[in-house]
Structure formats: structure tokens, C-alpha cells
Design a protein around this ligand. Sequence first.
Ligand code: PGA
Length: 255
Amino acid sequence: MVLRYTSSMLIVANWKAYVDDLKRAKALFALSKRLALRNKLTIVLAPPAPLLGVLAIGNASKIAFAAQDVSVTTGGAHTGETIASTFASVGASYAIIGHSERRALGDTNHSVSEKLSHALAHGLTPILCVGEQDRDGEGRYLNTLRIELASVFSGLSLKERKSVIVAYEPLWAINKTSAAAIDVRDLSETVAYIRKVLSEFLPGKSAQDLPILYGGSVEPANIRGLAGGSGVDGFLVGHASVDPETFTALVVALA
Ligand code: PGA
């Protein structure tokens, strides 16, 4: 069953390669189920692929699952690749595409675009990551965002464009602490800019309605401040999503 994000704040827990064993994964899943029941928000877990398979098969809870990436291939003689349809068949509903840590290992705007199309073709809601390396005083970084967005959206049908979630993840803010994350003013300006670019590809209200997440050192200390007034619909959380106490504090702070 494909669960789709609807209206409440969305937290996508990107476990990266932090969670390395099934016992820990099961404990975090159980915790997430409790948190989702008690708080009015949507939690999506993005575990490493084998753990996703174990947790998502037969999942009847409110928690949904995301692949951390999908293969650029569509199957066949490609040792080591996990394709979009495999993730869908074990119960994933979302796929993170174009994360900067994948781009650093070779993903390009072209391959990101292909991966995103594969995700859509198999009913996975893509979470498209975009973000600049650095910020310059002249606003040139905005052009990076425009290119990353345009290269994907220009190749999609209108229906497909409406199914994408955008995650704004400035590289300079990832894997630091809340003190180094973006501030709410800069975030709201960037979200407005992203919506402006999206309006070139989506008519009227659709560009305003497309969910935009922020990721990059989101922690209990800054999540509430970043949520208020920035225009984001949720967060893509890395290191703060894999420690039970920190994740609980994060969810409670947002809810
Ligand atoms: P972080 O990672 O929260 O650890 O900065 C976020 C991400 O890379 O998605």
C-alpha cells in the first residue's frame, strides 16, 4: 500500500548508514510508531535497504518508509543495484533522490532526473534533494537551486510534477549542529525562491501547495523555530533521527 503525505507536518528520518543492525532498527521503528500515535504529524523512516525490507513488509502502522536512493538502472545485469520497483515491492512509499551524499558519489542532475522518473513509475513519492555547496553574497547559489530543480521538473508531466516533494538541504548545513544550521529568515527567503522556480513548472496554487522540506542539522533546539514562519512543510532529519532520546525530543518540539 502506498501511503501518501497529506497535510500534517512531515518528518523524514534519514538513518543514512548510522543504523547498522536490526535490533536498533526495530527499536527506532517501535518508538516512531508510538510518537506518530501521540503526535499530529507524519513520520517517514528511511533505513538502509535491507532493514527497510524487514520493517516495511506487512507494516500496517501509520509509519511510512522511504528508500535512501534508487538505482539509475531499471533492472538486469547490474550487480549491487537496488531498483525502484524492489523498494516498492517491499513496502516503501517514498524515495529520497539526489541527496548530496549521493551526488558526492557521482549522481548528476541527469541521473537524479532518471532516478526520480523510476521512483514515480513505481508509485514511490520522490523526495528531491536540492541545495547549494556554499552561500555567496551575490546570490549566485540561487542559480544552483534553479538548475537542480529545472533539470528535473522540465522532464516531468504535470501530473508527475505535482507528486514530487522538494527537500532543500544546503550542503554547508548538513551534519553539523543546530548552531550551524540555517536561520529562519534565510530559510523562508529560500523557500519563497524555490516556490518561484516551481511556479514556472506548476500552474497557480500547485506551486504553493507542493511540499517543501528543510534538511541540515535539524535538532530539538532549532526545529520549532525553523517551522514557524519559514513556509516549510516538514523536515529531513539525519543524525538527530537515530538517537531515541533526541528523536523523541525533536518530535515533541515540533508537535
Ligand atoms: P543531518 O543530515 O540532519 O545530520 O544534518 C540531514 C541530511 O543529510 O539529510
